[in-house]
Design a protein around this ligand. Structure first.
Ligand code: GDG
Length: 444
């Protein structure tokens, strides 16, 4: 059986390797579980001069983890500036937020070249290589230039806009040309697939693109939620609510997630439907992410201000309407919170998929489930049609959906949840990985 080689910007850190974390790690972890695997990527360390640094190798069961360091300059230009300051806003349709500098793009190419040079000597003839995400668009072409003839697949976890938007990026055609060196490109949705094809046809090239919506490990998450429904932190949260309904949001603190619009929607709910005043609490968990990028610092201030404004306007001495947390919550506690929450508010302005929506569904008690309010612009929307879908740019729609959810009869909640749960159970992370790899193995 051939070996599977995974390449992603970050490889799971030591803690994540033994306990399951997010969907990507779980999905890929399951994909390598029954085969021998190599997982290659950045160590998470950056130092002044890493050009001559060796590959660090660690073995865990049948998986070899191979990591390299980046220089401080590469970390800034490749990771913060180009990947997260140029490609991320472009792919999330936020043209006004794009910062493009040619030096940053050159650093992006340089890091992809470095990855290829360090990875190539570790490869065996029949390895199947699977490269992940927007940090590594040109890695396939760099490996080909070094003579690597193995099958190489690529999966883009975030959306890809159509050519009319993508062409804004000065190096778009170059990146697309390099992407055609992959044997198969996987994306989350049918729409992303069509967009990729529109981009390739605009530059007169072709490569195979298919959509493979990513899932979670639903059984595992449901068990985690069940086990932790009375965990000390969950009990403390419930006590603090004093019988009020709980609306939960869980997102990296990222401008693609629509957190300000969501708080405005919650504010409109209280204004428009006074019957909910002092009867509902919104808990927004938003661990700080990419704090080195200025747009993220700005967002932090905006959410601070908005939640402070709602609390100062409507709060009473014993009711704080919005609780905004920027610290990460342990996964098992999160699972317990989800099971207890009456509503999940998942309203990204754009999202490749959005695993939180699926985790919330998996965590519910089928006899008394909560309601999922989901952005129609999340990649999960085509699968999760039984959610209350809203346009995330419209706080009025969010307010109406919240009111509907807060007053929804149990029978309706159960019926909607059953439809959602079928989807979440059917399309697991393991299945996602297996389907991508089976198509990759048959192309050419
Ligand atoms: C990218 C794409 C695509 C969040 N806060 C905490 C925490 N989380 C976990 C969630 C979930 C994961 O992080 C976030 O995954 P998402 O899919 O929601 O979003 P991105 O991070 O933007 O992921 C996205 C995904 O890749 C996979 O392809 O779906 O569209 O943008 O698992 O639960 N986990 C813990 N504490 C937190 O405070 N433990």
């Amino acid at each position: 059986m051939s070996r599977l080689v995974l390449v992603s910007n970050r490889v799971p850190d030591v803690k994540e390797r033994v306990q399951s974390a997010g969907g990507l790690v779980v999905g890929l972890g399951e994909a390598v579980r029954d085969t021998e695997g190599l997982w290659f990527g950045w160590s998470g360390q950056h130092r002044e001069n890493a050009v001559s640094s060796d590959v660090q190798i660690e073995q865990l069961h049948r998986v070899t983890f191979a990591t390299v360091d980046l220089t401080t300059d590469q970390h800034t230009r490749f990771y913060e500036n180009f990947a997260n300051g140029t490609l991320w806003p472009l792919c999330h349709y936020r043209l006004e937020m794009i910062r493009y500098r040619r030096e940053d793009y050159e650093s992006y190419r340089e890091v992809n070249t470095l990855f290829a040079r360090k990875l190539a000597p570790l490869l065996q003839e029949d390895d199947v290589i699977w490269v992940h995400d927007y940090h590594l668009m040109t890695l396939g072409a760099e490996l080909r230039a070094l003579g690597v003839r193995n099958r190489i697949g690529y999966f883009l976890h975030i959306p890809l806009p159509p050519w009319s938007v993508t062409r804004v990026l000065p190096c778009a055609a170059e990146l697309l040309r390099d992407l055609t060196q992959y044997d198969l490109i996987g994306v989350q949705t049918e729409e992303d697939r069509e967009n990729f094809n529109s981009c390739f046809s605009a530059i007169g090239l072709f490569t195979r693109v298919e959509h493979f919506p990513i899932g979670i490990a639903p059984e595992e998450f449901r068990e985690e939620a069940r086990r932790n429904v009375d965990a000390p932190e969950v009990v403390r949260l419930m006590d603090s609510l004093r019988g009020r309904k709980l609306v939960i949001g869980v997102d990296r603190l990222d401008y693609s997630k629509g957190i300000p619009e969501r708080i405005k929607g919650f504010e409109k709910l209280i204004r428009r439907y006074p019957q909910h005043e002092a009867k509902v609490v919104m808990l927004q968990i938003a661990p700080v992410s990419r704090a080195g990028v200025s747009a993220y610092q700005h967002l932090r201030r905006e959410v601070d201000e908005l939640s402070g404004h709602v609390n100062a306007t409507f709060g009473t001495f014993d009711w704080t309407p919005v609780r905004f947390l920027t610290q990460s919550v342990p996964r098992h506690v999160l699972a317990g919170f989800h099971r207890r929450a009456d509503i999940a508010l998942v309203t990204p302005l754009r999202d490749g998929m959005n695993l939180v929506a699926k985790e919330y569904v998996a965590a519910q008690d089928g006899d008394d489930p909560g309601v999922l309010i989901l952005s129609s612009l999340a990649g999960a929307a085509p699968e999760l049609k039984a959610a209350l879908q809203v346009n995330p740019y419209d706080p009025d729609q969010i307010a109406e959906a919240l009111h509907l959810a807060l007053t929804m009869k149990k029978e309706v909640r159960k019926k909607r949840w059953r439809f959602l749960n079928v989807e979440v159970q059917r399309n697991t992370a393991a299945r996602w990985a297996a389907e991508f790899l089976s198509v990759l193995k048959e192309v050419r």
